[in-house]
Design a protein around this ligand. Structure first.
Ligand SMILES: Nc1ncnc2c1ncn2[C@@H]1O[C@H](COP(=O)(O)OP(=O)(O)OP(=O)(O)O)[C@@H](O)[C@H]1O
Ligand SMILES: [Mg+2]
Length: 505
């Protein structure tokens, strides 16, 4: 018998400095159900789940468990009630092993032989929920998917009957998403309940029994997924119809913008992550790099933009050799970057929104005179980014870390694209964006292309790659398996084989 059979949130409200992130929200879930929590960027999803997990206190409203009102004042209370949460940014200690990480947060850690006993329990849980995990590996050796499994097992071992997952799939490879869904279905069949936040409507349709949709902090609706499709979900979320496919006009490409020649880059674990890669990207071209992430894409993007050292080979932009220049110099040569690790490389979390709107551009003439920053101009610029990229923020005078995940992403994108770089390196630019923002961003990339910009797009989403790119390269184990023209239907059909490393053109 599970201790948590049914949970209700009743008329929950939460405001920050007079702004309602959640207003009168009702939500319910019971044993054996998977509930999708949907809504545009900034709709209040993370805030609501942080309340349930005890990280925030609601201003008003009530949480009921098995019909009885409970107080959840901290994550510890929440764990005692049978609730576990997997955050979007994992909170594991990198140089501890899997079992050491689990032991740290585990109430039942035995006094004698803790490691052996915990290892046994980890293995038991792995068997029960069908997932593979090597308990003795250090966390830094694990992929994102494996780290997520550690978080899940941690929650389950602490007795979680309800598991909350905030955008769990955005960091996973397609294969890992399959495995995760397999585990979630297994949990469901054993009577657990899951609340999952995701922007990917296909995933909602696949895994969820029901959805609760938020819009601007309020409930926009509830529905069984069986009676819904992608279009109706999107309409409920945004309040209007969404176009799922943007249209790519034929554009004649111009001169060569980027030239990569025999590039070798070393990865974090010491071996070569990029192995002798060469390719060009032209003006008015979107060049896509497809492939399962972890095959050298991140290291390639970092090498081009100056974050990671190039072992040998050259990178040229126009006629300039930018190999191993500083990120700032590379930026000054017209290369913008939307990084994969946005919180680490994309923003300064403690600074205000308007400061973040001109990061890396402080020294440019338009924002400074002599040694003084021109705050008037900076703020005007920040306001126009917020308007154009529909960043949901109360004002530009807030600390950026208080924005929702998707809105931080929109600001970075706006900042990097609006300068009209000759080359934009964009790594997974639509991760974490809602459907409306995704559509808007894709249109912006196509506009850049029409204006003569070159775009190097890293994405795991084949739909996105096919929709936007003029040419597509597939990366596998640090090498390019081939470059395909987007018109070449025959070769495009083989892209899956290339991604798996079993075909090379
Ligand atoms: N600690 C905070 N201080 C001030 N405002 C906050 C704080 N936390 C959240 N907010 C605001 O509350 C609103 C809802 O944010 P929340 O993170 O819940 O959105 P979300 O639905 O998770 O969006 P996303 O899909 O982008 O992750 C946003 O406008 C955000 O700026
Ligand atoms: Mg969120």
């Amino acid at each position: 018998m599970r201790k948590l059979q049914a949970l209700e949130m009743v008329k929950i409200s939460k405001s920050f400095q007079g702004f309602f992130a959640n207003k009168n929200i009702d939500l319910h879930i019971r044993s054996g159900e998977i509930l999708g929590l949907l809504g545009e960027n900034g709709a209040g999803k993370t805030t609501l789940m942080n309340i349930l997990y005890g990280l925030y206190q609601p201003d008003s409203g009530e949480i009921r468990i098995n019909g009885e009102s409970v107080q959840i004042k901290s994550p510890l209370d929440s764990i005692h009630q049978g609730i576990g949460m997997v955050h979007q940014h994992f909170m594991l200690i990198q140089n501890h092993s899997v079992i050491e990480n689990i032991a740290l947060g585990y109430e039942g850690t035995p006094f004698f032989f803790p490691k052996i006993r915990i290892k046994d329990r980890v293995e038991e849980f792995s068997r029960r929920f069908n997932f593979s995990l090597e308990p003795l590996k250090k966390v830094w050796q694990l992929s994102a998917g494996e780290q997520q499994r550690v978080e899940i097992i941690k929650a389950l071992m602490n007795g979680a009957d309800l598991l909350i997952m905030d955008e769990p799939t955005s960091v996973l490879t397609p294969r890992e998403i399959k495995d995760l869904f397999h585990t979630l279905k297994e949990m469901k069949s054993q009577g657990h309940m899951v609340i999952i936040i995701t922007h990917k409507l296909d995933e909602i349709m696949e895994i969820c029994d029901r959805v609760t949709v938020l819009r601007k902090g309020e409930i926009a609706g509830n529905a069984d997924t069986a009676g819904m499709d992608k279009a109706s979900l999107a309409r409920m979320m945004i309040g209007r119809d969404v176009i799922f496919n943007v249209k790519k006009d034929p554009v004649v490409r111009g001169d060569r913008t980027l030239n990569i020649s025999n590039l070798i880059v070393i990865g974090d674990k010491g071996g070569p992550a990029v192995k002798n890669i060469s390719f060009d990207v032209f003006e008015s071209e979107i060049f896509g790099i497809a492939g399962v992430s972890g095959n050298g894409q991140r290291e390639l993007a970092e090498a081009i933009t100056g974050i990671r050292r190039i072992e040998s080979g050259t990178v040229k932009v126009g006629h300039r050799d930018i190999t191993n220049l500083s990120p700032r110099k590379i930026y000054d040569h017209g290369v913008s970057h939307v990084p994969e690790e946005r919180i680490k490389f994309g923003i300064a979390p403690g600074l205000f929104l308007y400061d973040n709107a001109i990061l890396k551009q402080h020294h440019l003439g338009k924002f400074s005179r002599n040694i003084f920053l021109e705050y008037g101009r900076i703020k005007t610029h920040a306001r126009s980014l917020v308007d154009n990229y529909k960043v949901a923020a109360r004002s530009i005078n807030v600390e950026i870390k208080n924005l929702s995940g998707g809105n931080i992403q929109k600001l970075i994108l706006g900042r990097e694209i609006s300068e009209k770089p000759s080359l934009l390196v964009a790594s997974h630019p639509t991760y974490g964006l809602d459907v409306g923002a995704t559509q808007y961003l894709r249109e912006q990339l196509l506009i850049r292309r029409r204006e003569g910009g070159a775009v190097l797009l890293f994405s795991e989403d084949l739909e996105e790659i096919f929709e936007l790119c003029d040419r597509i390269a597939v990366m596998f184990q640090g090498e390019l398996m081939g470059i395909i023209d987007s018109g070449d239907e025959e070769k495009l059909a083989d892209i899956g084989l290339m991604m798996a490393g079993s075909l090379r053109y």
